[in-house]
Design a protein around this ligand. Structure first.
Ligand code: F6R
Length: 240
C-alpha cells in the first residue's frame, strides 16, 4: 500500500487523525491559506480543531479560508448550502473574521464573473492546505468523474449521483443541477492535501484509491508529495 494512505479504525479515528495533521499545518504557519470541504465527512475533524483552539493549542483565526465549492442558486441562508454548512460547523464557532473568508456566491447573477473572481483570489492567495471529502462516485469538490475542467475554478453540471446523494443536505428536496468548484488543478497546487473517505458508501472510491487507479477525481492526488488519504475500515472494506 502506498505510504500516503492511512487506514484508520473508524470515522472518529480518521477525524482525529485528520485534525492532528491539520493542526500541524496551522502550528507551522497560522496565516496559511486553506480550503475546507463542506459535507458531512469532515465535521468531526472541524469539531476537534475548534476544541484544540479552545484548549489554546492552535490558532485558527489568522488563516485565510477559500470555499471549495457551492451549489448554483443557493446562498448562505439555505441551510444545506456549502457556505451555510461551513458557517455553522466551522467559521462561526471558530470565530473566523468575515474578511478572511472568500466563497463563490451561489446567488450571483453573473456566474462567469463570479468564477473569475474566485480564480483571481486563488491566484493572489495560493492554497497551502486542502481538507477534502469524497463523493460516493469518487468526486472531489464538484469535480465529477469524466469531466475535464480547465482553469482553477469552474462551473459544472452535477452528476445524477451527486444530485441524488445531495438531497440529504436539503431534507430530501431536490438539489440544484449545477455547481461551482475549485478544480483538481487548483487543488493540486496546495502543499498539503488531506482526503478523508469513511463509511460503506465510500467503498468504491476507496477501492480505486487502494488499487492506485487513475481516472477518478479521488485518485488525482495519489502521486502528490503532500497528499494523505485517510480511509476507515468500513470504506477500505476487504481491501484493508
Ligand atoms: C463538499 C464537497 C463534496 C463532499 C462529498 C462528500 O464541499 O466538496 O465533494 O466532500 O460529496 O460528502 P459527504 O462528506 O457528505 O459524504
Amino acid at each position: 500500500m502506498k505510504q500516503n494512505i492511512l487506514l484508520c479504525k473508524n470515522h472518529q479515528q480518521a477525524s482525529l487523525q485528520a485534525a492532528a495533521l491539520v493542526a500541524e499545518a496551522f502550528t507551522q504557519n497560522p496565516t496559511l491559506t486553506c480550503t475546507l470541504a463542506a459535507g458531512d465527512t469532515p465535521l468531526a475533524c472541524y469539531q476537534e480543531l475548534i476544541r484544540r483552539q479552545q484548549a489554546g493549542s492552535i490558532q485558527l483565526q489568522k488563516a485565510r479560508y477559500i470555499g471549495l465549492d457551492e451549489w448554483l442558486g443557493l446562498g448562505p441562508a439555505t441551510p444545506g448550502s456549502c457556505l451555510a454548512t461551513m458557517n455553522r460547523a466551522f467559521y462561526q464557532p471558530a470565530g473566523i473574521p468575515q474578511e478572511q473568508i472568500a466563497a463563490f456566491n451561489g446567488l450571483t447573477q453573473d456566474k462567469e464573473q463570479e468564477r473569475l473572481r474566485m480564480e483571481e483570489i486563488l491566484r493572489q492567495h495560493p492554497l497551502d492546505l486542502a481538507v477534502l471529502g469524497v463523493g460516493v462516485n469518487g468526486h472531489i469538490g464538484f469535480n465529477e468523474p469524466g469531466l475535464s475542467l480547465t482553469g482553477d475554478f469552474a462551473l459544472v453540471p452535477l452528476s445524477e449521483t451527486t444530485q441524488q446523494v445531495g438531497t440529504k443536505y436539503f431534507d430530501g428536496e431536490a438539489t440544484p443541477l449545477q455547481g461551482a468548484t475549485m478544480t483538481l488543478a487548483a487543488l493540486k497546487k496546495a502543499r498539503r492535501i488531506l482526503i478523508i473517505a469513511t463509511g460503506k458508501s465510500k467503498q468504491a472510491a476507496a477501492a480505486a484509491v487502494l488499487a492506485g487507479e487513475e481516472g477518478l477525481p479521488v485518485c488525482a492526488f495519489l502521486n502528490h508529495p503532500g497528499a494523505t488519504y485517510l480511509l476507515d475500515e468500513e470504506a477500505a472494506g476487504a481491501q484493508a
